[in-house]
Design a protein around this ligand. Structure first.
Ligand code: UDP
Length: 328
């Protein structure tokens, strides 16, 4: 049985659904600060905070948990620059707390949601797992620190982990049971779709003077269902190999902010108002990853390679969540 910490959120809920489709039982722990209870349609749901040792101990005593997947992190780069304390408290201290309780209860397999933000400014593209790790914002720092802790724990204790460094998660469940729903929303694709449906007046481009072909930041967008498949493969890896690993999860293709806005307009057939704004602190100009290692070692086989199709699943979900036009 798997404990999914943060399983009511965007990525965790898709993984919960995917695991159930494979016949795997889950318990979801989520404090619903950003997650949605209605996203936990599979498995057992327990409302609670990662910092609450008694809830975690109760879960480990009551359910035969053998693996923990950990999604309960704050992920806003800009906010982490303004309020690092919030990020170190939750992403670092609470995760350490979780690992220590796992150790006490002899739960020794862990799948960690890491991020391409651990690399910082790329020295060489596409980013491979052995690229130097120099995060440029507190969010990336917290994720790297946890990766280091995992390395040390796996060396010292009977404990194995897989760290999955996500590039930009995007898209939604094609059955439209769950999808991206952040409050407040800060991510590019859902913000553009908000503008498309009239939920907001315009979209700002954060920085138009970056050293990229059109001057806007380039990111590697990966469908959330492909992330789900990778978690399943990582679980199989931990069960079979008894070893720890770190993998990038990206498509290997970069799209600029302008290209994403254009593709959203093409997919939806609507024009939006775009405002050129100043850069957001902590944003590297280009993040594109090689996922060769995950493909080779895990046999990961991403299905959603077209950015138009990824955005189209996000648009279908957006229409289901808010309606097609102008409903707030
Ligand atoms: N971005 C933007 N306008 C927005 C939101 C995001 O120009 O309203 C840019 C952001 O600077 C970054 C890219 O879009 O270069 C993706 O940002 P997002 O917040 O979606 O993901 P992140 O890369 O921060 O994980």
């Amino acid at each position: 049985m798997i404990l999914i910490v943060g399983g009511a959120g965007y990525i965790g809920s898709h993984i919960n659904k995917f695991l159930h489709a494979q016949g795997i039982e889950t318990v979801v722990l989520d404090n619903l600060s950003y997650g949605h209870e209605e996203f936990v349609k599979w498995g057992k749901f327990i409302e609670g905070d990662l910092s609450d040792e008694s809830i975690l101990s109760h879960i480990f005593e009551k359910y035969p948990i053998d693996t923990v997947m950990h999604f309960a992190a704050f992920t806003y780069v800009g906010e982490s620059v303004e309020n690092p304390q919030k990020y170190y408290k939750n992403n670092l201290e609470n995760t350490l707390n979780l690992l220590n309780l796992m150790k006490n209860h002899k739960v020794n397999k862990f799948i960690f949601s890491s991020t391409c933000a651990v690399y910082g400014e790329p020295e060489k593209l596409p980013l491979t797992e052995d690229h130097p790790l120099n995060p440029v914002n507190p969010y990336g720092n917290t994720k790297l620190m946890v990766e280091k802790i995992l390395e040390d724990y796996s060396r010292a204790y009977d404990f194995n982990y897989v760290s999955l460094r996500y590039f930009n998660a995007a898209g939604a469940d094609p059955d439209m049971e769950i999808g991206e729903w952040h409050q407040p929303e800060t991510h590019l694709i859902p913000l553009v779709l908000d503008a498309v449906s009239g939920r907001r007046e315009s979209v700002s481009i954060y920085g138009t003077d970056y050293p990229t072909p059109d001057g806007t930041c380039i990111r590697d967008y990966i469908h959330v269902l492909d992330l789900a498949q990778a978690h399943y493969k990582a679980l199989e890896y931990l069960n079979e190999k008894n070893k720890s690993q770190v993998f990038n999860l990206g498509n290997g293709n970069g799209f600029s902010v302008k290209e994403i806005i254009e593709t959203c307009q093409e997919v939806t057939g609507r024009e939006i108002k775009v405002i050129e704004d100043s850069p957001r602190p902590g944003d590297p100009p280009i993040l594109v990853g090689s996922s060769h290692k995950a493909k080779e070692i895990l046999g990961w086989n991403p299905q959603w390679t077209s950015i138009g199709e990824i955005i189209s699943t996000a648009w279908n979900w957006h229409k289901k969540l808010y309606g097609e036009t102008n409903k707030l």
